[in-house]
Ligand binder design. Structure first.
Ligand code: ADP
Ligand code: ASP
Ligand code: MG
Length: 445
């Protein structure tokens, strides 16, 4: 049995948290490869080290004095090193190097990049973790590679990382970054240590990828909206993808791809409650579900473009012409519910608002509709569950739950896979709608 364990920022924010992590790793000898994030928040108003690094980069780039900011970052690490009483270990040399790189930023053509600075959060935490555990440290820039388009080069990564890990009994590989095609450090998008963990699990052909965070698994709804939601025991990769895409931010939305490829399950666990079973993310399962709905997630701030034209349904090519107006303006659409003489396109507000008039005129030019109306302030909520396919009355229950709260449903879209129902409500109804759906399907089941 071989496990890859990834620990998120809050699990590594202080020496106290590091000790919990150390105990978790040492309690199971199959936990052989460790992927750490940068130190996260110690309390709710705290700043994540990654954010501190992004800020110091801006300060240095603007030519301002950054000494105090670097000191504050170093203090975060020194506090951990001291608290863990690691002997003969210091990051002084690393901070000298980082300072040198930041100084380079005022040169006309600096070598130092934003990604390099941001990646130091994980790099330094990885060094501490390796020294603390007595594991080998493997710099992710030597084993994880991106291609010229900036995407993961999975072929080269799997080969180089796989070979390197086959020679290391225990190792720490820092999360969040690798090496770009240009030979410089490159990071994934925010939260990307989850992706590194998945890559390490794939390359080492691990049996399990454990992802340790600050909640006892993937919860049915966002705990910041629903108080104390139930954890999900089993969720499929496909259900998870729907929920993470719609804003359930527990796991980076790209983190499932490397492990999914070779059928390695992900187990989400809580560093602060290691006895909890957490959530299993699997390809498929016949485990009985407690509820028809697996999870609820949503996002605010969408716009709708409502188009009418008499006899639209019989006009061949009408939909294509409308969508061309969005394509010409480089806007992707989220949903497209339609009727006989009407069609609605749902888009992200931040992609659309500054281009709205251009899109409207393109629709008129290309599709000659009778009218085009736009509305903003729409929130989308996804109700996801593999059990919905075989349960009748799910939609009815959902709609009556919202009606009881006086919430007007502005849009409905059921995926043809019957895995999810997406509803649109006003931004201001978002939290109430999620709570009402949770109560209907989970609390009052
Ligand atoms: P880490 O730093 O360990 O990577 P994240 O902050 O990225 O952790 O993800 C965990 C957080 O995700 C939780 O603390 C919680 O606030 C939030 N979250 C949002 N939706 C959900 C959900 N459905 N289930 C669990 N946590 C959720
Ligand atoms: N430290 C990075 C971030 O804050 C990556 C991660 O935590 O996964 O986004
Ligand atoms: Mg995360």
């Amino acid at each position: 049995m071989k496990k890859v364990v990834k620990f998120g920022g809050s699990s590594l924010a202080s020496a106290e948290q590091f000790k919990k992590v150390g105990a978790i790793i040492k309690s199971d000898e199959s936990r052989v490869y460790v992927v750490p994030s940068a130190p996260g928040k110690r309390f709710s108003d705290d700043t994540k080290v990654t954010d501190m690094l992004l800020h110091v980069y801006e300060t240095a780039k603007a030519g301002n004095d950054f000494t105090e900011e670097v000191k504050a970052i170093k203090a975060r690490y020194d506090e951990i090193i001291t608290g863990l009483e690691i002997k003969d270990f210091s990051l002084d040399k690393d901070f000298e190097e980082i300072t040198k790189q930041l100084e380079d930023l005022t040169n006309p053509d600096p070598m130092c990049t934003l990604d390099y600075v941001a990646s130091r959060g994980e790099f330094l935490n990885g060094k501490i973790m390796a020294a603390y555990l007595g594991f080998e440290f493997i710099d992710a820039a030597e084993v994880i590679f991106f291609n010229a388009e900036g995407n993961l080069n999975s072929y080269k990564t799997e080969k180089v990382l796989g070979e390197r890990l086959s020679k290391a009994q225990h190792a720490v590989v820092p999360g969040f970054y690798g090496l770009g095609k240009d030979g410089k450090v490159k990071t994934f998008s925010r939260g990307g240590s989850d992706v590194t963990g998945s890559i390490v699990a794939q390359a080492s052909r691990a049996d399990v990828y454990e992802n340790w965070t600050d909640v006892s698994g993937f919860l049915v709804a966002d705990p910041r909206i629903v108080p104390d939601p139930k954890p999900i025991k089993y969720i499929t990769y496909r259900e998870l993808r729907e929920l993470s895409y719609m804003g359930a931010s527990v796991l980076h939305e790209d983190a499932i791809f490397p492990v999914r490829h070779c059928g390695i399950p992900i187990n989400i666990r809580n560093t602060n409650a290691p006895e909890d079973a957490g959530t299993w993310i699997v390809e498929s399962t016949c485990q009985k579900q407690d509820y028809v709905v697996t999870g609820i997630a949503g996002k605010k701030d969408f716009c709708t473009i409502f188009i009418t034209k008499a006899m639209m349904n019989s006009e061949i090519g009408f939909g294509r012409k409308v969508l061309q107006a969005f394509e010409e303006n480089d806007i992707s659409f989220e949903h497209m519910p339609s009727g006989i003489d009407t069609m609605t396109i749902v888009v992200h507000a931040d992609e659309f608002v500054h281009k709205e008039q251009r899109v409207i005129s393109a629709i008129h030019r290309l599709a000659e509709p009778d009218s085009v109306e736009i509305e903003s302030g729409l929130a989308l909520i996804a109700v996801v569950g593999r059990g919905m396919k075989s349960a009748s009355g799910t939609a009815g229950k959902l709609f009556s739950a919202l009606a009881k709260e006086g919430i007007n449903i502005k849009m409905i879209d059921q995926g043809s896979s019957e895995l999810n129902i997406i509803i649109g409500v006003k931004n201001s109804d978002f939290d109430t709608a999620i709570k009402a759906i949770y109560n209907t399907f989970i609390t009052d089941k």
